[in-house]
Design a protein around this ligand. Structure first.
Ligand code: ATP
Ligand code: MG
Length: 363
């Protein structure tokens, strides 16, 4: 097991810089998920940790030792890719054992390791089968087994689940989480799926254009996103964003003023200068459908139903406001007709205020 430390890690491809000085410490036994849109540098960062990509500048330490110039095989790290290449002509046991190809263990020790790994991954019944006779999830577990069998100090996963169908992905997500609980190993996991990030991570690292925007526990990022990008990226459906201007100690909603009543807001964060352009963020799940009786919400929104999307346990309603649209969660017991006027309420705590220029959270 090992702590992984990235200090000012930079990656350049020729004159193009794709990772711009990343600082990140991954604690021993921690499950860290790198998340961000395509091309933001997740795989490049992971490959630099693995030693598959040279580090242009900065320092990488594993277990306290600087490993910038160590060969991948001397870093004792295992990597599992999206396109896990397991060998079709080898049995499950041989595929798992392939991870020990270069090891100096005795034959008996190797056999014991393979059996132990297969047991951990519930692959024991399939040891003599070939991959063609396995399900997608079982094949994925074989690929993980090949990484595990070497007893690495850390696991790096690059979108290992993105080739699987939705159901299998959800199942493998749980399996990987349980595997982490059992092994207690350090895991760095790359995905662009925020649900995967939320459900797996001890800490999520949000990346954009080769930089880290925010690092935090999933619920920290969900509740206090540092900027608009993270706010929209984490949580589904994404957070509603409404343009506004700060008037004299109050919020001016422009064209939406007739539809959004914020007169119940007691106070705004102190440092909001008058005239400042802001963006108000509120999650669909933080809106409450009002039916006339309980009107004690400091923020009230009136919109017209454009379309309702039942999810079974809840219904998401897309509402037209005078300027723009928002999504609100409603109980699945209520039915909506396009064009119907509806009211939603929000608490003061659910409202996040971002600066429109810097896109940073204010207060
Ligand atoms: N060998 C290379 N030469 C030049 N540019 C590269 C090379 N490898 C990656 N890049 C660039 O570096 C940037 C980051 O790529 P990377 O593969 O790390 O993205 P990613 O976050 O993993 O994206 P995805 O979610 O699509 O896998 C991209 O703009 C990519 O085009
Ligand atoms: Mg990638």
């Amino acid at each position: 097991m090992a702590r992984i430390e990235l200090e000012q890690i930079v990656k350049r491809f020729g004159s193009l810089t794709t990772v711009h000085g990343i600082d990140l410490t991954i604690e021993d036994g921690e499950f860290v998920v790198l998340v961000g849109p395509s091309g933001c540098g997740k795989s490049t960062t992971l490959r630099m940790i693995a030693g598959l990509e040279a580090i242009s500048s900065g320092t990488l330490r594993i277990g306290g030792e600087v490993v910038n110039d160590h060969e991948p095989k001397h870093r004792n790290i295992a990597m599992v890719f999206q396109n896990y290449a397991i060998y079709p002509h080898l049995t499950v046991a041989q595929n798992i054992g392939f991870g020990l190809y270069t090891s100096r263990l005795s034959k008996a020790e190797k056999q014991a390791r393979i059996r132990e790994t297969a047991r951990t991954l519930s692959l024991e019944p399939y040891l003599e089968r070939r991959p063609a006779a396995l399900s997608g999830g079982q094949r994925q577990r074989v690929a993980i087994g090949r990484a595990m069998v070497r007893d690495p100090v850390a696991f790096l996963f690059d979108e290992p689940l993105s080739n699987l169908d939705a159901q299998l992905r959800a199942q493998m997500r749980l399996e990987i989480k349980q595997l982490h609980q059992r092994l207690g190993s350090t895991i760095v996991f790359v995905t662009h799926d925020q649900v995967e990030a939320m459900s797996l991570a001890d800490r999520i690292v949000v990346m954009r254009e080769g930089r880290i925007l925010q690092v935090g526990a999933p619920m920290e990022l969900y509740n206090r996103p540092a900027d608009i990008f993270t706010a929209r990226f984490i949580g589904t459906p994404e957070m509603n964003m409404i343009d506004a201007t700060i008037g004299d100690g109050r919020v001016d909603l422009g064209a939406n003023a007739a539809a959004i009543d914020v007169s119940g807001l007691a106070s705004l964060p102190g440092d909001l200068g008058a005239g400042r352009s802001v963006v108000l963020g509120v999650r669909p799940q933080e809106l409450t459908l009002l039916n006339g009786e309980h009107r004690d919400f400091p923020i009230r929104i009136e919109g017209k139903v454009r379309v309702a999307e039942p999810h079974g346990s809840e219904t998401f309603v897309l509402l037209d406001l005078p300027a723009g649209q928002i999504v609100a969660r409603a109980p699945s017991t209520v039915s909506f007709k396009a064009g119907d006027p509806v009211f939603f309420g929000a608490t003061a705590e659910s409202l996040r205020i971002f600066d429109k220029q810097t896109e940073k959270l204010i207060g």
